[in-house]
Design a protein around this ligand. Sequence first.
Ligand code: ADP
Length: 253
Amino acid sequence: MKRIVIKVGTAVLTDNNKLAFDRLSNLVDFIAKLKKEKNYEVILVSSGAVGAGNTRLHLDKKVIYNRQALAAIGQPLLMKHYKKRFREHELVCAQILMIENDFDSKKRTKNAQNVVEILLENNVIPIVNENDVVANDELLFGDNDQLAAHAAYYFKADLLAILSDIDGYYNKNPREFEDAVLQKNVDIVYESQLEMKHTPNSEFATGGIVTKLKAAKFLMNRGIPMFLSSGFDLTNAYDFLIKEDHKSGTLFK
Ligand code: ADP
């Protein structure tokens, strides 16, 4: 049986500062298919709490404490939507809030591992997010890419799939250069590539491609592949993960 961590970022789950319900819905249907058609164990790392919070209260999002407050409001709302949609597939989901430092502690890592194992054994989908109120790494930079890479490694996944606002990794920024070419397979990430400036696409996305490359490097060093494809249109993710046909998207391996 394969174990997969799927990470979905702010840009995919948010639209005009609001939660993008249609994309959340498509994601849930996709995960249900992965479970039913492939019998995969799936752990979801989901952003989107600030966008969900924004539907209930408007605060100036340039202020980091305001973003944390919106995340506190939005996290249960986000989970409510996941719970409702997974239930339509007769699936149960669970919430795990962590900070990256938790993985520095052997004891905390072991606790989390034990709980994740029990959830997966019982066919439950753990939904992991950063605990934004006590840590603001995700809200400042990274957009959960690092958390997802750690989750994939420590929860012993066979693959991390990042569903982003871009359909893969290009030889240069495709939003700047029309002639950028998608790299289907990447087998090495150089340190110099990690020194590029952060280039998130949307206002509240915080990662950009650099944090994805860092996640890929961390996992490749540990023998775990990472797949990057679009979270707007799940066709490539479907082909790769369900049909096992790598038509497009980037495989770091
Ligand atoms: P997410 O919210 O899914 O984490 P981000 O917006 O943070 O996504 O990061 C993806 C963005 O990185 C792309 O939309 C693109 O604007 C930018 N980017 C910069 N350089 C590249 C590159 N070489 N290949 C792909 N995307 C790139």
